[in-house]
Write a protein that binds this ligand. Structure first.
Ligand code: FAD
Length: 313
């Protein structure tokens, strides 16, 4: 399929206002950096998402999915092919007692919904940016818990549009990972097993405490993508006297507050890199590289990135 025919098929499917050409992705990432997508399309339902995938598959156009853009570093030269950014969606009670949330629902929206319905389990995730799709793909964590622990099953679509329902056991959930990173399947919905009958006021208090903790410990007033690196695991030999956290290692390596171009290691939380306004993706990537290399040289610990680098740098 020619590029013009591909674009026309997408427009016929989604409408001209939800398909755009050469869109700078900085405006849809929380780092506020990233060059253009060849096409950016915003489906509003699972059916539209699957249909858009099929159009791209038939045309041989590569697809990248973006949720809230809160865990990615998109390169300055942007992303070739189609960036699909599912929007909207709902959370609802399913017949089997689970809560089924579309992949495009924001995690904060889902947390609010569960609190209102007296369902316990997700309240501590209040304040985590992004969508259910992004949270499942990276198995978001908070306070030592992984979101995958609450997921009973999911519906995904393969890159060719084939649907597949997967139970928890097939999701390959681990620290910061799931099978979606390996298969490039796109999450359409996730079914959460939560505890009913909870007091909404108690859940709200837990959510408020999470929000307050984030405000105290994270640079929330600047563009970031959350923690840049995963914390070291039990196999990493962290020197005695240093907490087993990426932020502590970067701090002890003397890099807290370090600047490179428009990017800076946060003075509030050394595992965050802040875009001070004029940063490029190259600045942020180079500063993350500097952190990783310095920590390895000083302490012999190899930090793995938690953020996902997408596109061309
Ligand atoms: C201030 C701040 C605080 C944060 N705190 C936390 C925290 O406490 N815990 C935590 O784990 N993270 C945290 N993060 C990181 C981020 O919010 C989470 O990782 C979030 O779950 C990412 O979701 P997203 O929709 O923004 O994903 P995106 O950044 O859009 O995408 C991330 C990855 O998921 C993939 N993806 C997105 N949607 C789908 C889908 N529907 N199907 C398949 N793959 C998909 C993308 O292709 C990409 O590879 C924080 C970020 C910020 C900015």
């Amino acid at each position: 399929m020619e590029h013009a025919a591909f674009e026309a098929a997408l427009v016929a499917l989604l409408g001209a206002d939800r398909v755009a050409r050469n869109v700078p992705l900085a405006r849809v990432t929380t780092f506020k950096v990233g060059g253009p997508a060849d096409w950016l399309a915003e489906p509003k339902s699972a059916d539209e998402t699957v249909a858009a995938l099929c159009v791209a598959h038939e045309a041989g156009v590569p697809v990248t999915v973006l949720g809230g853009g809160s865990n990615v570093l998109v390169g300055d030269r942007g992303i070739r092919g189609l960036v699909l950014r599912p929007r909207g969606g709902v959370a609802r009670a399913a017949d089997d007692g689970t809560v089924r949330a579309d992949g495009s629902v924001t995690l904060n929206g889902l947390v609010r919904w569960t609190i209102t319905h007296g369902l316990a389990g997700l309240e501590a995730w209040a304040g985590t940016p992004g969508t259910v799709g992004g949270a499942v793909c990276g198995n978001a964590h908070y306070g030592g818990r992984l979101i995958g622990e609450l997921i009973e099953r999911v519906l995904v679509t393969r890159p060719d549009g084939a649907l597949c329902e997967l139970p928890h056991g097939e999701m390959e959930f681990g620290y910061d990972c799931s099978r979606l990173q390996r298969t490039r399947e796109l999450l359409l919905w996730a079914a959460f097993r939560l505890a009913p009958g909870a007091d909404a006021a108690v859940l709200r208090a837990v959510a408020r405490e999470s929000l307050a903790h984030r405000k105290r410990t994270q640079p929330l007033d600047a563009p970031t993508a959350g923690c840049v690196f995963q914390n070291p695991g039990p196999d990493d030999d962290v020197p005695e006297g240093i907490p087993a956290s990426a932020g502590a290692l970067i701090d002890r390596a003397g890099l807290r507050g370090h600047r490179l171009g428009g990017a800076r290691v946060s003075t509030v939380h050394a595992n965050f890199i802040v875009n001070e306004g004029q940063a490029t993706a190259a600045d942020i990537g180079a500063l993350a590289d500097l952190c990783r290399n310095t920590v390895r040289e000083r302490f012999g610990v190899l930090l793995c990135e938690e953020i996902v680098r997408l596109g061309e740098f």
